[in-house]
Structure formats: structure tokens, C-alpha cells
Design a protein around this ligand. Structure first.
Ligand code: GLO
Ligand code: MG
Length: 375
């Protein structure tokens, strides 16, 4: 994928002539990453929750795609059955025909597919999990469906497969063995890696919900698990802000940890108010400072510059929103990201470095707050 960097006008002529010689420490001041934004059809949701029905009508892809484009999005994330509804009832050939049709729809709108994820948590065959189900026939179904997901991804023109392992875990500790589950998970991922030697699998960790205790609850677990597979270099991660908060972790640190391992292949930016149900609030809605730090690490480490990785917002409308405002959470998240990017790029890094050298973290704290409060 092409390198998505815009050179800053402040860059000196000599350095501009030879960008390959730039040391990494210089990237922050000399180049601007042009971020690409992505969103999933499920992010225009209907407002159903465990206590009440839908509050907005269902809309199809043909309605959503132009809206995404108009809202400033470049790419679309998909579940396999967002591409091919009722996928389990269709032949392999029909699945690929419908996927090809969606690719044409994307191209007509000037969008591309960022990733495809097998939805392994809806079927009656994944009630107890897919890859780690205690029933052999469920496990076979989950693997088969994941291989079809790779075929769909190829038809859509993406090599990124996301695994949110929703039901791979336990409702009660005694029902499964963790060692056995790791073996089963690794076998499944190996089959996926073998199916297409070019795909990369990004695991999206989440500590709980829908299960009580998930098998890959954090980024650390996901990246350690990668080493149990045949090709650890092709198993990376998607970091979601809300999932980090649910695990009691700092989203910016999790992003940076994945960046340090060169395993940050997508991000699901959103927000979460403490340890509650998964809220998927708009980015920055709860903690603007945390959002600032998330944007800062992504910008500092030139996220996406080499591999084209996208900034995805995995947020949802408030249940109270009408269909006319069904995308506002996403366009607002994007606007907040871009405003925070300005804040990141205008932050007095030299001043901060001087305070750090002086160990005056009190002043550093206030400096960040003043910067965020300044208009
Ligand atoms: C739920 C997850 C979910 C995934 C999506 C992609 O908590 O965040 O939205 O990101 O299904 O696999
Ligand atoms: Mg997510």
C-alpha cells in the first residue's frame, strides 16, 4: 500500500530532498500523516438494547455507503454477513457473487473495504463460542465460516481479517479449559493463515461482554497468543478505546504498546464511562484528555503511514437519536479526532520536554490542561 505522508512546509529543503535519511525522532515535527477514516455498517444501528426495541428503521448498504462518503469516511469495515446477509443459507458461489456486487457498490461511491470479520456470535451454532465451543460441530462451523470470510475479503480487495472473539471465553470457569481453548484457537487461526498466505489477522481484545470472562481479554493476551500460531508475524491487533477502559487499562498506552510491536493494524476509537456495559460512545465524549493522548501517540508514531491502516470509529448513536442523525456520532468522532490532531500538532513539545527534564510533572499536567482549554 502507498505511503500516506504529506511533507510539512516547515521541513528544510535538504531534508525534504532526502526523506529516507530522516531519523524517527524527527518524524513528529517534519511530516504530517494524512489519516484515513473507516466505519462499519453496524455503526448505524437501530437503537435496540436489552430493555427495549429498535428506535430507528433499518437501512441497507445502498443507503449507508453514500452517507459514509459524505461524512468524510474513506473506508468501510464489514462483518461477513454485512456483505452477504443470511450468509449461512447461501452457496459459496452465491456468497462470492454478492461480495463482488458490494465491491462494485464501494467503488461507485469511492470507498474501499478496510477489513472483514466473521460474525461468530449470532448463530445458534456459536451459543457456547465458535472456535472454543465444547461441541466439535460448532468448532467446524466457526472455522468454515472464517475461511469464507477470507474469500469475501479477497473479493472486496482487503487482506485484513478482524477477529473479535465475542463468545470465546466462559460464563462459568469450570465449563472450559484455558490451555485447551488456546490450542483450539491456535488451530483455527492456523487454518485461516494457511487458507491465504497473504492475509493478516488482527485480534480485537475485549475483557467481557457477552461472556463473563474472555480468553483474550487484553492486547497483551492477544499478542502473546500470536506466538502460539504458525506465523506470529501475521497475527496482530485492533485496539478499541472502550475495551481498554473496560479492562482498567489506558487506551493511549495500549495503542502505543501495539505500535511498539508493529502490531497495530487497526483502531476502534470510541469512549466509555467506567466499568459498565460496553457503551461505544463517540470518541472523546467521556475523556477528552485520554482522546488527546490517543491521537498524540498515533500521530507521533506515524500510524498508518506505511501500511495504510485506518482510523475506525466503533461507536453507536444514542438510543434517543432519530434516523436523521444516525451518523452524527461518527462524523462528530471524526471532527473531534481532527480537532485534537490540531491540538497535538500545536502542543509545545519542547516546553513539555523541559518540564520533564526538570521533573516538574505538576506544571506539565497544567500545561496539558491549559492547552486543551485554550481556544
Ligand atoms: C464489540 C466490538 C465489535 C467489533 C466488530 C468487529 O464490542 O467492538 O463492534 O469491533 O464486531 O469485529
Ligand atoms: Mg470494536
Amino acid at each position: 500500500m502507498s505511503c500516506i505522508i504529506e511533507w510539512d512546509e516547515t521541513l528544510s529543503l535538504t531534508k525534504r530532498r532526502d526523506p529516507s535519511s530522516l531519523a524517527f525522532s524527527f518524524t513528529q515535527t517534519c511530516m504530517k500523516i494524512k489519516f484515513r477514516f473507516s466505519i462499519g455498517p453496524w455503526n448505524i444501528s437501530e437503537g435496540r438494547d436489552p430493555y427495549g426495541p429498535e428506535t430507528r428503521p433499518v437501512r441497507d448498504l445502498a443507503w449507508k455507503l453514500p452517507l459514509f462518503k459524505k461524512g468524510g469516511f474513506d473506508a468501510v469495515m464489514f462483518h461477513d454477513d454485512d456483505v452477504v446477509p443470511e450468509i449461512d443459507s447461501k452457496s459459496a458461489a452465491r456468497v462470492l457473487e454478492e461480495a463482488a456486487q458490494v465491491r462494485r457498490q464501494l467503488e461507485d461511491e469511492g470507498l474501499f473495504a478496510e477489513m472483514v470479520a466473521p460474525r461468530l456470535w449470532f448463530s445458534e451454532r456459536t451459543i457456547d463460542g465458535g472456535f472454543t465451543s465444547n461441541r466439535a460441530q460448532d468448532r467446524e462451523y466457526a472455522i468454515e465460516r472464517s475461511l469464507r470470510t477470507i474469500d469475501i475479503a479477497n473479493t472486496l480487495g482487503t487482506k485484513l481479517i478482524v477477529l473479535w472473539l465475542a463468545r470465546e471465553g466462559t460464563y462459568l470457569r469450570e465449563s472450559k479449559s484455558c490451555v485447551r481453548s488456546m490450542e483450539l484457537l491456535a488451530q483455527a487461526v492456523n487454518k485461516m493463515l494457511d487458507h491465504d498466505p497473504e492475509i493478516r489477522i488482527a485480534i480485537e481484545p475485549k475483557p467481557n461482554e457477552p461472556v463473563d470472562v474472555a480468553y483474550l481479554p487484553t492486547l497483551g493476551h492477544a499478542l502473546a497468543f500470536a506466538h502460539l500460531t504458525r506465523d506470529p508475524a501475521r497475527v496482530g491487533a485492533v485496539v478499541e478505546s472502550a475495551h481498554c477502559v473496560l479492562a482498567g487499562l489506558d487506551p493511549a498506552d495500549e495503542l502505543e504498546f501495539a505500535l511498539a510491536q508493529k502490531k497495530l493494524w487497526s483502531v476502534h476509537l470510541n469512549d466509555q464511562n467506567g466499568l459498565k456495559f460496553d457503551q461505544d460512545k463517540p470518541f472523546g465524549s467521556v475523556s477528552l484528555r485520554s482522546a488527546f493522548n490517543q491521537v498524540r501517540v498515533l500521530d507521533q508514531h506515524a500510524y498508518g503511514a506505511k501500511d495504510g491502516a485506518c482510523i475506525a470509529f466503533d461507536a453507536h448513536s444514542f438510543r434517543t437519536s432519530s434516523i436523521n442523525h444516525a451518523l452524527d456520532h461518527a462524523t462528530n468522532s471524526r471532527k473531534t479526532f481532527l480537532r485534537l490532531l490540531e491540538k497535538v500538532r500545536s502542543f509545545d513539545e519542547a516546553g513539555a520536554a523541559a518540564l520533564i527534564a526538570d521533573r516538574d510533572y505538576q506544571a506539565l499536567d497544567q500545561m496539558v490542561l491549559n492547552h486543551l482549554l485554550a481556544s
